[in-house]
Design a binder for this molecule. Structure first.
Ligand SMILES: [Zn+2]
Length: 200
């Protein structure tokens, strides 16, 4: 589920839709949580869909560490990539604002964390745009992502967290152990899907 202080807006024909903040969302706020209604598509189920349906699923889902495609039931699935994203997945599976997000600003993500099957071209128009997101961006960039995530998590307990009650209990406990310094940090690399672990 996407943060409640957001809306869906049509951007243009090229990009399609995007998700925008309607109020200030400070760094450290959960922007997306994998709630109990998210649709989980196993690799086996994915193979059983038609080519046309597979293309739709591929466009709107992300692949988790088990190789499952997660399709959001709400408009979380319209969050676009940006090479200077303001929101990012953590190793715990939820997404967090890695900097302050202002009203009217588009909420953007790092697609390199989504275990892409193929490279996808980008149109984020940033000066440092990588032009493509590649499947191996995960390996090349996760150390930098972890730095931003650790800084964002340091603000976690100082900001409002409307999505926290929707997070599953094991994740809440894992996160709270880290925040209370009873467990080590879980790198975003924990979300990297390794093919030999595939389960149906
Ligand atoms: Zn870019």
């Amino acid at each position: 589920m996407i943060h409640p202080k957001t809306c869906l807006k049509y951007i243009n024909n090229e990009v399609g839709y995007g998700v925008f903040a309607t109020e200030f969302i400070p760094r450290g706020t959960i922007t997306y949580v994998k709630d109990a209604l998210e649709i989980e598509i196993s690799p086996k189920d994915y193979q059983q869909h038609t080519t046309e349906m597979q293309a739709v699923i591929e466009k709107y889902s992300y692949i988790d560490e088990k190789g499952y495609r997660i399709l959001s039931w709400d408009f979380s699935k319209y969050i676009n990539h940006c090479c200077n994203c303001n929101s990012m997945s953590t190793g715990y599976g939820f997404e967090i604002a890695i900097r302050d997000i202002f009203p009217g600003e588009e909420i953007t993500d790092e697609y390199g964390i989504f275990n892409l099957v193929e490279s996808i071209p980008l149109q984020c128009n940033q000066q440092n745009c990588r032009k493509y997101v590649h499947p191996n961006d995960f390996d090349a960039l996760y150390a930098q992502w972890d730095k931003w995530l650790v800084n964002a998590l340091a603000c976690f307990q100082q900001v409002e967290q409307p999505l926290l009650p929707l997070m599953d209990a094991p994740t809440q406990s894992e996160l709270s152990n880290y925040l209370n310094q009873q467990a080590a940090y879980k790198s975003v690399y924990a979300l990297r899907f390794k093919k030999q672990e595939v389960s149906n």
